[in-house]
Design a protein around this ligand. Structure first.
Ligand code: FAQ
Length: 310
């Protein structure tokens, strides 16, 4: 490391320019970026499971085609993000191993079960909605490959959110039983969606450094509030009740106040003890094992082509 390296990095951040793979960066910055990008990639890949369970049970060919496309998009986001992690020197196979061995995290939200088809709609509306709130500012994140990946991913997430909302609108126009399914799904997913934004600011160990490095542009609580403010009118338009008796408009703050979040639940789910953690990881481990021969064959093919060309 030279003084010039360090100065160039500091200037890049100060001028709101992008750090690129070839640039010198502090080890802590590299580690933080790999951690966040890997967690994000793992979330996309594990996140295929809750909705994927409904592909064979979708109520119509149209809904099946839509859901299949959405889950496929999530796979695409995951692979795209693993590529971004590789630009920092991470190895994709190693990241997957760390996930399977419980040494790297993925979003808490994907450890909840999908009990009815309304859950597919609510995941689109609330989970993709929360993901967009969190990810739009990441399009201006300081690490170039991550910021650029976010632009494309956010476009697809917006489509995902709309499909979820449209699905719920359709169900809300249906029978009383369908409306009840939607309300039940909203009741189960609302609080876990608020937890997606991470611990409160005063208990978020990574925030200060990530904000200084302009990896994060807003705090966890700011983005959570933005999500609540956005979701309340959408719930009204849909005709569902959000399961929080303390939700009320605060004229002074210009925001919706909401009730306390059960942070012990987030801790439990992050530490591996959520309703579906074991199942999600077991499925991922099996998929990794069953796909091993494909990866070996692809590597052998690439090797042979390279030898033939040389
Ligand atoms: N779940 O100090 P902080 C999607 C961890 S969207 C699990 O505040 P940070 C799309 C955190 O990693 C979901 N772990 O951390 C989709 C840290 O642990 P570590 C993915 C959580 O990084 C939709 C510790 O707690 N999106 O997949 C959670 O500054 C539908 C302390 O927290 C992203 O990953 C949690 N909810 O802020 C797919 C977005 N919250 O590593 C399919 C990018 C916190 O120190 C279907 N990530 N932790 O051991 C971020 O913006 C940030 O990493 C935060 C956390 C905001 C998640």
């Amino acid at each position: 490391i030279t003084d010039t390296d360090e100065k160039a990095f500091t200037e890049t951040i100060a001028k709101d320019q992008r750090v690129e793979p070839r640039d010198w960066m502090p080890e802590g910055y590299r580690r933080t970026m790999i951690r966040q990008i890997a967690q994000h990639a793992h979330s996309e890949i594990i996140g295929m499971q809750p909705e994927g369970e409904w592909i064979t049970r979708a109520p119509s060919l149209r809904r099946k085609a839509i859901l299949l496309a959405k889950v496929q998009d999530e796979a695409g986001h995951g692979l795209y993000l693993y590529s971004a992690a590789e630009t920092l020197g991470a190895d994709r196979g190693d990241l997957t191993r760390r996930l399977i061995e419980g040494r790297q995290k993925y979003s808490s939200i994907f450890n909840y079960p999908t009990l009815s088809f309304a859950d597919v709609g609510v995941i689109g509306w609330l989970v993709d909605g929360a993901a967009i709130c969190n990810q739009v500012p990441l399009c201006r994140s300081s690490y170039g490959p991550y910021a650029r990946a976010m632009i494309r991913i956010c476009k697809e997430e917006s489509f995902h959110q709309r499909q979820g909302y449209e699905l719920l609108m359709t169900m809300m126009r249906g029978t009383p039983a369908q409306r009840e399914m939607v309300q039940d799904a909203v009741n189960r997913w609302w609080w876990p969606s608020l937890m997606m934004f991470g611990p409160p600011d005063d208990q978020s160990p990574n925030s200060a450094q990530s904000m200084a490095w302009k990896i994060k542009r807003h705090s966890n609580d700011e983005l959570r509030q933005r999500f609540v403010d956005m979701s309340v009118p959408q719930a009204e338009a849909l005709g569902v009740t959000l399961p929080d008796p303390e939700l009320r408009w605060n004229d002074e703050r210009g925001h919706w106040d909401f009730g306390p979040i059960d942070w012990s639940e987030l801790k439990r789910v992050i530490s591996g003890d959520g309703p579906c953690n074991a199942l999600r990881i077991e499925n991922r481990r099996r998929a990794d094992e069953e796909g091993a021969w494909v990866r070996e064959a692809a590597a052998a093919h690439a090797r042979r082509r390279q030898e033939a060309g040389a």
